[in-house]
Write a protein that binds this ligand. Structure first.
Ligand SMILES: [Fe+2]
Ligand SMILES: [Fe+2]
Length: 493
């Protein structure tokens, strides 16, 4: 998917026959929950805990209602409708992409065999782990973004934040359904834990590092939705290939929602860059906080940070687990079906970069051992699309300055670069050199404080904070100045 494909701000209205999402039930679903009373009761038991979590750790800004997209069908003819709804009444539900009765396993040792509708005993522990790790990221981002509404640069942006939040909540539902439906008591216990671990909690943090970082401001939010949600897209893309069919179908549908999250990131950063570029043109040189915009070098530092922590989410370049997941059919490659090889990969090799003697070198490694790297390379290529687009905004403004994606080894805590210091341009540095220069490459406390100072809320319809340009169009063909969010009336809060 290219950056252009991410521009799915709207979903077409349903035109064809709707599939069987039942909204008369307490938990909307297209998995015939009605037909399995035990499962239904278990999920209905989890539902109030989820709502408690949402009220305590979900968006903190009090609102009356929000113009939200809700999934109502999973078919190709459109799958969502838009309406103003009170957020806590959002219909979080369980939606799986349509089942393909002929689907067979596309890769690994079981290639060609029918996909699994149940969890095979020998893969139970691995599948449970994969689902828990994916599930853990979904509510984590809601927690990270909890207070952002208080400083929204516009009602349009506020609505997009809340849309992302409710959908991450739904993605949690998607994983909790799998845990409840296929993993018995252990699955139910894991589902409880998904609400008990919390982002940044010292005693019970979220599983992955990037999901314990604070989302300090809206620039960080846009970088997060651009770089970190995109990691999510790639992880979901590998699980969409899974031989475990319910997981594959769940992830396929989640990917549809995910596109909007990346749209928010791509266009969000772009609008920040546009505004800064405009100010630079006006001053005929640098433009900074004193001009009411975010300086380009601070945008670059935020980019460096979010890209590098998101790269860590792919794990070590070489991983026996990743190879085993592949061979046993649990997790495929990005766009597995389009790859022109035998989809088994035994005996295949590829190159990987590593640091040796102060230099970056290359070595041949077995392909099966380097599938995390394979996925990460796809991700990096995709990330570069957005950067190109942001640079177009600089070029359009007649400026020479450009944003760049840092080297893959920059600021890494995981994998082959973890014990080394690499500059954004790929130069390997000593500890002392790194200490002396890192501040210029990563956001400092002063950067964050100055950005935070710009973050004053703008809640008037159609108006935008000075540090960000308005979008080109509204959501779902509504005008930019549409009343996307009704804030709670004063006195009622
Ligand atoms: Fe998600
Ligand atoms: Fe997302």
């Amino acid at each position: 998917m290219t950056a252009m494909d991410d521009r799915t701000g709207t979903a077409p209205s349903p035109t064809g026959p709707l599939s069987t999402i039942d909204y008369s039930e307490r938990i909307p679903n297209n998995v015939n929950l009605d037909g399995d009373r035990r499962l239904q009761r278990a999920l209905e038991g989890w539902q109030p805990k989820f709502l408690d979590w949402w009220r305590t750790l979900g968006p903190s800004l009090p609102t009356k209602d929000v113009y939200l997209r809700t999934a109502i069908a999973v078919g190709r003819d459109g799958w969502a409708h838009f309406a103003h709804v009170p957020m806590e009444e959002y219909r979080w539900g369980i939606f799986l992409a349509e089942r393909d009765p002929d689907r067979s396993i596309g890769f690994g040792q079981h290639r060609g065999e029918p996909v699994w509708q149940e969890v095979p005993g020998e893969h139970r522990a691995d599948l449970l782990r994969l689902i828990v790790v994916q599930g853990d990221t979904e509510p984590a981002s809601v927690e990270q973004q909890r207070v952002l509404g208080n400083t929204a640069p516009s009602i349009y942006d506020l609505r997009n934040l809340f849309q992302v939040n409710v959908e991450e909540g739904r993605h949690l539902w998607a994983m909790v359904y799998l845990l409840h439906a296929f993993f018995g008591r252990e699955g139910r216990e894991e589902a409880e834990q998904l609400l008990k671990r919390n982002s940044g909690d010292l005693d019970a943090p979220r599983i992955l590092g990037a999901f314990n970082e604070e989302t300090t401001d809206w620039l960080q939010f846009f970088m997060f939705t651009y770089f970190t949600d995109r990691d999510g897209k790639y992880q979901l893309g590998t699980l969409k290939e899974s031989a475990f069919d319910p997981l594959a179908r769940t992830c396929e549908f989640m990917l549809k929602e995910e596109a909007h999250h990346m749209f928010v990131g791509t266009t969000g950063v772009q609008r920040v860059v546009e505004r800064t570029a405009q100010a630079m043109r006006d001053t005929g040189g640098a433009a900074g906080f004193e001009h009411g915009v975010i300086p380009l070098e601070v945008i670059q530092r935020y980019l460096n940070f979010q890209f590098s922590v998101s790269m860590d989410l792919f794990g070590s370049e070489q991983s026996t687990n990743a190879g085993n997941y592949y061979s046993s059919g649990l997790k495929g490659r990005w766009q597995e079906t389009r790859r022109k090889d035998d989809h088994v990969l035994l005996g295949d090799t590829r190159t990987m970069r590593y640091v040796d003697g102060g230099e970056i070198r290359e070595k041949e490694v077995p392909m099966l051992s380097a599938l995390n790297l394979d996925l990460r390379d796809e991700y990096v290529a995709d990330c570069a699309n957005g950067v190109r687009r942001w640079n177009q905004a600089l070029e359009d403004a007649g400026l020479e300055e450009r944003l760049v994606l840092p080297h893959e080894g920059f600021n890494r805590r995981v994998g082959a670069y973890a014990d080394h210091h690499v500059a954004p341009d790929g130069q390997v540095l000593t500890d002392d050199e790194w200490e002396a220069r890192a501040e210029g490459w990563l956001p400092s406390a002063a950067d964050r404080a100055a950005v935070a100072e710009l973050m004053v809320p703008e809640y008037e319809y159609g108006r935008f904070a000075g540090w960000i340009a308005p979008p080109q169009a509204g959501i779902n063909d509504q005008p930019v100045e549409f009343d996307y969010v009704h804030l709670a009336e004063e006195g009622l809060v």
